[in-house]
Design a binder for this molecule. Structure first.
Ligand code: GSH
Length: 311
């Protein structure tokens, strides 16, 4: 079995979601810490320029976006479950809502209280998020971000108010991890001022502590070069699952396509290998690693035929 490698950085909320998922599933993993802002010269060539964080690598398979990463982690570990039986759809729908509602608003609320954020980071994120993350500017918009965060937390509190241990019942699931990481970012970085503004602490606190206690499991540091070697010595799989729906959309196996996040982020190009109800897989090739597979969730990504750049 190839090593399970997470490319991430400590400050990243979506990475915290996956670190906890690896802990919940009891997976032994390798940790490659990537720069907080681009350039990421070791990672980017392997992943065809996919630039969001985190990315999970298993040999020559690269799982992009936490929706796809969670599915991979679920199949890798032996303990617990991210998708309790009969509640898979609910866990996914809950996660989609709470991340859309709270992630970006919690980040902006918190950064408003993070003076000294490096200017390089602010400048680099501006075209990606189309927002100026300058702390002074965000601090002035605190009422906007605070009301949005608290409006969504009210619903989380409504769910937890009956004293249940986790969002879907007695056991933690992907739903808890999605709800947790935006609050985690605010609590870790916003200081007491932001923390006191976040509502429903009495209901959310006991649940938050239970999720934090899941921990990150067992992991060891790995260098970017070791991760490159792991991809280079591995052969990518040859997935060929194919739904007829793809033809209706004008896509054939082997087509050169772009896969682009529908919210923020750049397109990634490759040749289309598999098209299923919940995954799109493209083949990417780079001199550093040879052939690799890039695996994306269908939800949140748009696939389209693309013209191949002249060699
Ligand atoms: N929908 C994506 C969102 C990932 C995301 O926005 N990650 C943030 C970090 S928490 C990011 O990519 N920021 C820019 C970067 O790291 O380059 C997912 O679930 O993976």
């Amino acid at each position: 079995m190839s090593q399970i490698i997470l490319h991430h950085y400590p400050l990243s909320p979506y990475s915290e979601k996956i670190r906890l998922a690896l802990g919940l599933k009891g997976v032994n993993w390798s940790s490659v810490e990537i720069p907080v802002w681009t350039p990421r010269p070791k990672l980017t060539p392997m992943t065809g320029g996919y630039r969001r964080t985190p990315i999970l690598q298993v040999g020559a398979e690269f799982y992009c976006d936490t929706l796809r990463i969670l599915k991979a982690v679920e199949s890798l570990g032996g303990s617990g479950t991210l998708y309790p039986r009969g509640q898979e759809g609910l866990a996914k729908a809950f996660g989609w809502w709470i991340e859309k509602g709270s992630f970006f608003n919690a980040v902006c609320l918190t950064i408003g209280n993070m003076p000294g954020l490096p200017q390089e980071l602010i400048d680099e994120r501006r075209p990606l998020f189309r927002v100026n993350l300058d702390p002074q500017e965000l601090r002035a918009k605190r009422p906007l971000y605070l009301q949005r965060v608290n409006a969504h937390l009210a619903r989380l509190a409504e769910i937890l108010a009956d004293g249940r241990k986790f969002v879907l019942g007695n056991d933690p699931s992907a739903a808890d991890l999605s709800a947790y990481h935006p609050i985690w970012f605010a609590r870790q970085n916003g200081g007491s001022e932001v923390n006191e503004l976040i509502a429903f602490a009495d209901i959310i606190d006991p649940w938050y502590k239970r999720v934090a206690a899941i921990g990150h499991g067992t992991f060891a540091a790995m260098t970017p070069d070791q991760a490159i070697d792991a991809a280079r010595v591995s052969e990518p799989s040859e997935p060929d699952e194919w739904l007829p729906e793809a033809q209706t959309l004008g896509l054939k196996r082997g087509d050169w396509v772009s896969v682009t996040p529908d919210d923020y982020g750049n397109p990634v190009y490759g040749s289309l290998l598999a098209w299923t109800a919940d995954e799109v897989v493209i083949r990417h090739e780079d001199p550093s690693v040879g052939k690799v597979n890039l695996r994306f969730p269908r939800v949140g990504f748009d696939t389209a035929p693309a013209a191949k750049a002249p060699a």
